[in-house]
Ligand binder design. Sequence first.
Ligand code: GLA
Length: 353
Amino acid sequence: MPLLDCSVKKDACTVPAMEPATDVHAFAPGRVNLIGEHTDHTDGLCLPMAVSMGVTVRGRREGDRVVLSSSEVAGTTDIPLDVEDPAAVDPDWARYAAGVVAELRPAVGFTGGLRSDVPVGAGMSSSAALTVALALALGHDGDLEALARSCQLAEQRATGVPCGILDQLASAAAREGHAFVLDCHTLERTHVEVPDDIEVRVVHSGQERTLAGSAYDERRAQCEAAEGVVGPLRLARPSDLDAIDDPVLRRRARHVVSENQRVRDAADALRAGDLGGLGALLDEGHRSLRDDFEVSTPVVDATVERLRSQPGVHGVRLMGGGFGGCVVAVTDPGALDEGWHARPGPGAWVEVG
Ligand code: GLA
């Protein structure tokens, strides 16, 4: 069977009708979001790219259960195809697998293993990589948007966190050598080449984070409350926000509206190879996440400041949901020797047979 490269063709994820005991090899990458944080849940704009690190699932479609082992974590998980409550499955990583099973309800089970080199809890979407790779391994037969939507719902089932679609679509739809502007309202994607002389570095702040138990839901609810006053934030202009009386809601909305504009400007800077301009937007984005959206922490702020003061570093900001995790920096090549050099990698793929 051919290699199905989901990063290239829109409908490439369609997997032929499966026979029992089919050998499968699937991969889905983690992602870096250059800018556009906390905009996906109000249907705004983001600028993600896949990284070369990801989750690989290998095994056979067979039986009536999904039996998976992980090379990083001891133990095997054994999930019935009619699993009812993914959030109750152990260990934690298996909840995401159970979420995928509950979302897809495949007719045939799976026996195999998964391997991940995406750092967990770092804001690089290890969980989205897991759900996308497993959904492909189980035979998801929709287009990229449907694949990402199923995996978003699987993650919501697993964690109870009402996450947006950024991580899953970034993993499913990325293109090697490119970042892309993702319009979370239409799910339209505009790929933008990342020039070789712009290095993207991801550095862990040292503070672990998970979205479950964080104020993610509260922030999302605050954005919805702001939309109750001014309508969709994706369409709002900065001056519209004066109509919001509550100063906290107004700040939350100001982050979203200004961040959507920063995504447009950052895509232009990338196209122009303007590293200084791109960096300034990341710096501004961090200040907005820190002061208006209030999802940074003193540890993350200190990491941002420390890296920003180094020569050849043009901009640094908190990445992902916040409350810890990683920061992303844009630098001259070789300027930083810590963290991970995030090379824009291909989107998810599956090989069957
Ligand atoms: C997490 C969520 C995403 C997105 C980011 C913030 O990564 O899973 O949907 O909301 O936070 O941009």
